[in-house]
Write a new protein. Structure first.
Length: 551
């Protein structure tokens, strides 16, 4: 019975110590969030640790995360970080039950790691970025030290007291102990009321600090939000051509020809979406072969002749048949005009730079071939998307759009700097991680309907989807049923070669299971390859196929 009682007491004290650690971790995150709101929201420990993790994640694992979790990859990463912090906090709390100072030191060590991660980020703004992690660590160490003391940790041991009167043999009640005091290493008495008061105060203060931090962070973005609301988009000097009436097929399940902003895919590394005030934004153009460096404000760009174009964008992480493609109407300044004004000439005409390195406000770097930017295609610095200023998630106030190239070499969001250089002289972010330097979009076709493993009535079934080969266009789409011959699909009207093209095929479905496969032929006559490749290093290839059962 005594052993059971001791075990229960030990387990209970361990649970209280773990709870102390969790509360200390909660206090750390709240203090860090409040400090980050005063310093820089991007310097918060969850953000900098998550960013450091993204930077160091092997390309294959990163690609797996995008493929598995889609646009939820960032919340999943953040939840993983919070779960890890919670586990470490609980373990440090249990360690502190016996080694109170060691537990507190462990918390400080974790804070030092967060500070180091902040300084290692490419967008680090200086020594101030270590303050959120440091403030969180110090707060957590103090809270842990206090709570474990209330829980009966060794540093809160009772003062020495005389032993009870000894028996005639010199022992205390026959126990055989000759000591006259209780050891300082003995645990203190469980101070239940003191612990609950301290724990409640910690939770309340942490919740308040976190709420204040979020409120202050929100206020920091009010200027950017107000600047976006105040934008009045001028009419384009060169308007987009009218989308042909037959470009969108009235078939349920087919992707809309123009993707709404709220549905447009988002793949980037920003754990905190940058909110940039358009009134203070500046773009600098400089570097190799730039004889006249330039700087532009947002107002400068709006005062220039703007072009409006329908362009389909595709992410290099898009698997065959994947969702990371979308088409929008973009409004912006022709990028080649800005480069020529800066004195830049294309490499084919003797230009010294063959790579344009675009840098965003969060220090992301993308490398774009100068030749493609200046070959006559509608490469632009976009200021609007589908008739409204760019959403923050898609790059407000300004982003790059270059038709025909995967986004990781062309679609820099929140752009702030353009440097002309060479491919030999500099490797941007993704190239350093194993992706190709040049990445033209590969010809692809996708079956949107019927969905994989769908059941459909036998008879005529509308098989339909989209195909794309930006800057080359789509000339033909063919469908194969099982191992039968390729049959030509009906193409919707072509808008431009820079947009995707819808297609449909009336399939005479017979009962049973069937494989439907699609392939496209682009404007250059190249047939979509059947050779399957991964997305790394320059985009996936292969033909999309779905299995359907007809009843």
């Amino acid at each position: 019975m005594t052993v059971v009682s001791i075990n229960r007491r030990t387990v209970g004290r361990g649970a209280v110590a773990a709870a102390s650690g969790l509360l200390a971790g909660y206090a750390a995150l709240a203090a860090a969030e409040l400090t980050a709101s005063l310093v820089r929201p991007q310097a918060g420990p969850v953000t900098v640790i998550g960013g450091a993790a993204i930077d160091r994640t092997p390309p294959a694992l990163k690609d797996f995360a995008v493929r598995t979790f889609g646009e939820n990859d960032k919340p999943v990463l953040q939840l993983g970080i919070l779960a890890t912090v919670g586990l470490l906090a609980a373990l440090l709390g249990m360690l502190s039950l016996r080694h109170r100072r060691t537990g507190a030191a462990g918390v400080l060590a974790l804070g030092a790691l967060g500070a180091a991660a902040a300084l290692s980020r490419p967008n680090a703004a200086g020594a101030g970025d270590v303050l959120p992690s440091s403030a969180g660590a110090v707060t957590s160490a103090l809270v842990l030290y206090l709570l474990v003391g209330r829980a009966g940790g060794p540093a809160a041991a009772r003062p020495s007291r005389p032993s009870r009167p000894s028996g005639g043999d010199g022992t205390a009640n026959g126990s055989g102990s000759g000591s006259g005091t209780v050891s300082d290493a003995e645990p203190a008495v469980w101070n239940r009321r003191g612990f609950l008061v301290a724990a409640g105060a910690t939770a309340l203060a942490s919740t308040g600090a976190g709420a204040l931090g979020r409120a202050l962070t929100g206020r920091r973005g009010e200027g950017a939000t107000a600047s976006r609301t105040a934008v009045r988009l001028p009419a384009p000097a060169s308007a987009a051509t009218r989308i042909p009436a037959g470009a969108g097929l009235p078939i349920p399940g087919v992707s809309a020809f123009t993707t709404p902003n709220k549905d447009f895919y988002r793949v980037d590394t920003a754990l905190v979406v940058p909110k940039v005030d358009a009134g203070t934004w500046r773009l600098r153009i400089h570097g190799k072969g730039v004889s006249r460096p330039r700087s532009y404000s947002f107002a400068d760009l709006l005062q220039r002749p703007l072009i409006e174009r329908d362009i389909t964008l595709t992410c290099v992480s898009n698997e065959v048949g994947g969702p990371y493609a979308g088409s929008a109407r973009w409004l912006g300044v022709r990028l080649s005009d800005l480069l020529r004004e800066a004195g830049v000439t294309a490499p084919s005409r003797g230009g010294r730079a063959d790579q344009l390195v675009a840098r965003s406000v969060d220090a992301m770097t993308l490398g774009t071939p100068v030749e493609e930017v200046m070959d006559g295609r509608d490469a632009m610095l976009a200021v609007a998307m589908n008739g409204e200023p760019l959403p923050f998630e898609h790059g407000f106030p300004v982003r790059m759009v270059v038709p025909g190239l995967y986004g990781y070499v062309s679609a820099c969001k929140w752009i702030r700097d353009i440097e002309l250089t060479t491919f030999d002289a500099y490797d941007p972010y993704w190239v350093k991680r194993g992706w190709a330097r040049r990445a033209p979009v590969k010809t692809q076709a996708r079956i949107d309907t019927p969905k994989p493993f769908a059941r459909t009535p036998a008879g005529t079934v509308a098989v339909a989807g989209v195909a794309w080969a930006q800057h080359r266009g789509i000339e033909r789409v063919e469908v194969r049923v099982d191992d039968g011959p390729w049959q030509e699909a009906d193409l919707a009207a072509q808008d431009t070669t820079d947009t995707w093209r819808q297609w449909s095929f009336p399939w005479q479905a017979t009962p049973g299971g069937h494989h439907l496969t699609v392939r496209a032929t682009d404007g250059s006559g190249e047939v979509q390859t059947e050779r399957r490749t991964r997305t790394i290093p320059d985009g996936a290839s292969g033909r999309h196929s779905v299995f359907v059962t007809a009843d």
